[in-house]
Design a protein around this ligand. Structure first.
Ligand SMILES: Cc1ncc(COP(=O)(O)O)c(C=O)c1O
Length: 437
């Protein structure tokens, strides 16, 4: 089908409105060069269509929730059913209870659940819970790890000039200086250094928080087991941020996939089925601090949210999980991801570029470097300009990815795999040519 190749006056006008009304012309999170910006009109399965009628293969997938693809019929039906029954109650509801039950059934560490609206809230409250439980203040996170946008999380996510461990570098203006004293930073995949930092600060540490699969970096086989052993030895709660990996790497998330069970978990993205819903879950003796029965006592952790466990979001999440439970689903997701990831590796090899594709089949990214990607500092060796040029070259050819990630869905089929492979070849040739010219 012939596609428009240029932006319509209607879409131009919308982008002008965005520039006027939104800081930087964006919603936050995702931004592209102005000449390639577009406004989404609709999305179905693995594809987006913009206001000008141009179609894109989508590897952003709403930043990860849409593992079934856009507008999946089971999710749409569940949401429509719930809409007719009311959109929010601030009270117990059947979808919220059913979702809590399914999380506890699936996720090894989950004995109880507290819903929130965003992943950032989930990690924020997981850390507050750990502080209440241990009556200690500090947290340890890993350099390069992202846990959302709250003050404790935005430390050493992307430091330009990393400091000596365990000193943190704030990633945002506006974070109180005092917070830096509460956060320690360790190198991902480095057990010896992590052990030394934890041992030195064990009496002050309330929690160790980690993305078990950090951004695009897989853990070394011994790393998560080691962190589990160290935190257990010192009685420090271990928090897995499974907002990306939960129900994606396996039905039980990274805990099941890597075989390591933390004390608390932050979940988001997939469990909300494309709606604002996330959760903290974990050990009952830690989660009990959220119980209103403790209000007024020094043990009480205050957490409330207007949309906690929103029934529409819970219905969408439940419908998504229902699809994921079908036999063979994860094998299919991994097989599709492996083909697309493999196509990228092959295209880079043929383009003669020093590059590697890091990650697991459902979530991966290319790094333009020969150096193995094992932690944040090794990512600094990658050619960022070339990477930005590649992301742009894909977009020019109708393939959309986030600036640092490909998400694969169950809706990506043969046509998308084929077309994406062709686009990889053309985009990498263009990128290689640019530099050579
Ligand atoms: C690992 C991880 N933690 C936390 C978050 C924050 O979640 P949210 O954007 O829902 O606040 C994200 C978001 O991408 C994430 O990838």
């Amino acid at each position: 089908m012939a596609q428009p190749t240029s932006r319509s006056p209607e879409e131009d006008a919308l982008l002008e409105k965005a520039a006027r009304l939104l800081p930087g012309g964006v919603l936050g999170g995702y931004s592209v060069p102005r000449e390639l910006s577009f406004v989404v009109r609709e999305a179905r399965g693995p594809r987006l269509r913009d206001v000008s009628g141009r179609e894109y293969i989508d590897y952003i997938l709403g930043s990860g929730p849409l593992v079934l693809g856009h507008a999946h019929p089971a999710v749409v039906a569940a949401v429509e059913r719930q809409l007719g029954r009311g959109t929010t109650y601030f009270q117990l509801s059947e979808p919220a209870l059913e979702l809590a039950e399914e999380i506890c059934r699936a996720v090894p560490c989950a004995e109880q659940v507290r819903f929130t609206s965003s992943g950032s809230e989930a990690t924020f409250f997981a850390l507050r819970l750990a502080r209440a439980f241990t009556r200690r203040d500090k947290i340890l996170k890993f350099e390069g790890g992202f846990h959302g946008t709250h003050d404790y999380s935005l430390m050493s996510v992307e430091p330009r000039s990393p400091k000596a461990f365990p000193a943190p570098t704030p990633d945002s203006a506006g974070i109180p200086h005092a917070i830096q004293d509460q956060v320690l930073v360790a190198p991902f995949n480095d057990l010896a250094e992590t052990d030394a930092i934890v041992a030195a600060h064990r009496q002050e540490l309330a929690a160790v928080i980690v993305e078990p699969f950090q951004r695009l970096i897989a853990p070394r086989p011994e790393f998560l087991h080691g962190v589990r052993e160290i935190t257990r030895r010192h009685d420090i709660p271990l928090v897995f941020d499974e907002i990306v990996t939960g129900f994606r790497f396996a039905y039980g998330g990274a805990q099941e996939y890597y075989g390591v069970v933390p004390d608390l978990v932050a979940l988001g993205k997939i469990i909300g089925g494309g709606f604002p819903l996330a959760a903290v879950a974990g050990r009952r003796d830690i989660m009990r601090h959220l119980s209103p029965d403790l209000a007024g006592s020094p043990d009480f952790v205050a957490q409330a949210g207007t949309l906690n466990g929103n029934p529409v979001a819970a219905a969408a999440g439940l419908a998504t999980l229902g699809e994921l439970r079908k036999p063979g689903t994860y094998a299919r997701l991994f097989a599709t991801g492996a083909r697309i990831k493999g196509a990228l590796e092959e295209a880079a090899r043929r383009a003669g570029l020093p590059a590697q594709v890091a990650g697991e089949a459902p979530v991966f990214e290319i790094y333009f470097t020969d150096r193995p990607i094992t932690d944040y500092r090794s990512t600094l060796a990658a050619d960022r300009e070339r990477h930005a040029a590649f992301t742009r070259a894909l977009l020019e050819r109708g393939v959309v990815k986030a600036s640092h990630k490909f998400y694969v869905s169950l809706a990506h089929g043969e046509a998308e795999v084929q077309r994406t492979s062709e686009v990889f070849t053309a985009a990498l040739a263009a990128v290689a040519g640019q530099r050579g010219a």
